[in-house]
Ligand binder design. Structure first.
Ligand code: SF4
Ligand code: SF4
Length: 250
């Protein structure tokens, strides 16, 4: 039964993308599942409890989470490689992919409700604390718990479809069978120090081997947003997601 629902959810998301998506902006989504009561999930939520909402706050009685990654198309990724500032193509893809992610999240939740469960989709973008440089819900954390990928030196989640794209997540009362975690590192720096491309491309030096300058990254994304005042919430940069692990594990 659980596997049937997993297949159904992925099928629904893929159909929505095929029927209503813009193939020039993104590739097909991938999906992962986790048990919110597992020791790994409890540990992860305890570590971020100061700023992160609990699954129960999002949906009382939540048992499982679903993470969905929508990868950008090659054209969009390549468009953003050059220059200090984000390209218009990248900013527009960011906004439109967030809209598609929101729709996929909502349809996923509705599908679970139609199966007799409770479910809630958490929007891909939400409130953001400018003191801690974090939102109240981390889709990257959910992607990691759901086995979609591993963190890279660029602090992105590198999935089997890369790190350039958008994530959305859904919590549900349904007890879904969990996805396996990748065994190996997906970042070549973390594996054997054979890549530092994201460090080199970052226009403000925010990515370092010994830490991440979230303030510098935030400031640069805010500066980019000023270039796209006609687009809502285009706080973007993404240069570090266009290099070696953009389309898959490095
Ligand atoms: S660009 Fe290279 S160093 Fe940076 S996250 Fe990707 S694989 Fe790791
Ligand atoms: S998003 Fe841009 S500013 Fe932020 S770390 Fe990546 S390359 Fe640097």
């Amino acid at each position: 039964m659980s596997e049937d629902i997993r297949d159904l959810l992925l099928d629904v998301a893929c159909r929505l993308m095929k029927e209503e998506g813009d193939g020039s902006l993104y590739r097909m989504p991938i999906m992962g599942f986790c048990d919110l009561h597992s020791p790994e999930a409890k540990k992860a939520f305890a570590e971020v409890a100061e700023w992160h909402s609990s699954p129960n706050q999002m949906l009382p009685g939540a048992n499982s989470a679903i993470a969905i990654f929508i990868p950008f198309s090659e054209k969009i990724v390549v468009s953003n490689r050059k220059g200090k500032y984000a390209t218009r193509d990248w900013a527009e893809a960011y906004v439109k992919t967030n809209e598609m992610a929101q729709r996929i999240g909502t349809v996923t939740a509705l599908t679970l409700v139609a199966c007799g469960e409770k479910a809630s989709a958490i929007p891909p973008t939400g409130s953001f604390d400018r003191e801690t440089f974090s939102g109240e819900w981390s889709h990257k954390l959910m992607g990691s718990l759901c086995g979609l990928g591993k963190y890279g030196l660029n602090r992105m989640l590198i999935t089997r479809s890369g790190c350039a794209g958008r994530l959305v997540s859904v919590v549900t009362t349904h007890k879904l069978e969990i996805s396996l975690q990748p065994a190996e590192e997906y970042c070549a720096y973390l594996r054997d120090k054979s890549c530092t491309e994201c460090m080199s491309i970052c226009p403000v030096g925010a990515i370092r081997a010994d830490g991440f300058d979230a303030a510098a990254c935030f400031e640069h994304c805010s500066r980019n947003a000023e270039n796209f005042l006609d687009l809502s919430s285009a706080m973007v940069c993404g240069k570090c997601a266009t290099v070696r692990c953009a389309f898959g594990p490095a």
